[in-house]
Design a protein around this ligand. Structure first.
Ligand SMILES: [Zn+2]
Ligand SMILES: [Zn+2]
Ligand SMILES: [Zn+2]
Ligand SMILES: [Zn+2]
Length: 305
């Protein structure tokens, strides 16, 4: 009641003046008021989701974990925001100090919340403090876009990613479990800026990403082809694949398991888990005058057992 008068402006208006709180909207200030308000009995009837709102940092809106801080007037904020606001409460501009909000930290221990991927199929209910850990490993968490070559921020389930790859990255989509691809490059000397190609194959009711790229392995320019499975690690183990490249009666063969797209493109590449062809051999396979790279890569995907 009288509390707000003492502290000057209503929560809401002063936020907009500060850069750190640019994403702060009036909706969040409502939940914030609940924390700071004197006991009115309101807390007793808060349901789990209002309780969860109380545990959102008023500055960055993410969930707060110990140590949770508060200013002298009781405004709470997370530890990473605290370190950025230069000892001034973003809400009331008073000095911040290093006062922990132990009550809120304790309250959090009693909160249980559904996994944030509930809408994607997860039915897990997690204690507040172990929720993040579960979510970072949740089977239902969205996949990162498997496209390589640029840092694409898109995430989603497999069907959303397939549409995204086709429409936004113009990736070639093929049906079938065998393939025969020709990679042609007119200036094979330039491997430095990792060139890459992605093709998606659909078979056995699943999708597989065939990556082909050129990069520098140490000081050696190489080409590499490998397959990734669009699904999780456990399912990926049900499949095997082989890749073959060659010409003039010589060939290199690779056989392995597709890696899940949970493993980043770079991680698979750096673990050398695929068919690696040194440039000198690639040019040999290309025949001709070393001016052009022409590699024929054939492959097959099969289900184990
Ligand atoms: Zn924060
Ligand atoms: Zn304050
Ligand atoms: Zn989950
Ligand atoms: Zn993408």
């Amino acid at each position: 009641m009288g509390e707000r008068d003492e502290h000057g402006p209503m929560p809401g208006s002063p936020f907009l003046e500060r850069s750190v709180v640019s994403s702060f909207t009036s909706a969040e200030s409502v939940s914030f008021t609940k924390v700071c308000a004197p006991a009115t009995g309101k807390a007793a009837i808060l349901n789990a989701s209002s309780l969860h709102e109380l545990l959102d940092c008023s500055v960055c809106i993410s969930s707060m974990y110990p140590p949770i801080y508060q200013c002298l007037n009781g405004h709470t904020l997370c530890s990473s925001c605290k370190s950025r606001v230069q000892n001034r409460c973003p809400t009331c501009r008073h000095e911040l100090g290093t006062i922990r909000c132990l009550a809120l930290e304790k309250v959090a221990e009693s909160v249980e919340l559904p996994c944030r991927f509930q809408n994607l199929g997860c039915s897990e209910i997690c204690p507040y403090y172990s929720k993040l850990k579960h979510e970072s490993n949740c089977t239902y968490r969205p996949y990162d876009c498997p496209y390589a070559g640029s840092e694409c921020p898109v995430k989603g389930d497999i069907s959303a990613l397939l549409l995204h790859l086709r429409d936004d990255h113009r990736v070639d989509m093929h049906n079938g479990c065998t393939f025969n691809h020709r990679y042609v490059k007119s200036n094979p000397q330039e491997v430095e800026n990792a060139t890459w190609m992605l093709t998606v194959f659909s078979c056995f009711g699943h999708h597989f990403c065939l990556h082909f790229e050129a990069f520098q392995m140490g000081t050696t320019p190489v080409y590499m082809a490998f397959l990734r499975f669009m699904g999780d690690e456990n399912e990926a183990k049900n499949f095997s694949y082989s890749l073959e490249v060659g010409a003039n009666g010589r060939k290199s063969i690779w056989q392995g398991f597709p890696r899940s797209i949970r493993d980043s493109h770079r991680k698979v590449r750096d673990s050398h888990d695929g068919l690696i062809i040194q440039r000198s051999m690639a040019l040999f396979f290309s025949g001709g005058d070393h001016k052009e790279l022409k590699l024929r890569v054939t492959g097959r995907i099969w289900r184990e057992q």
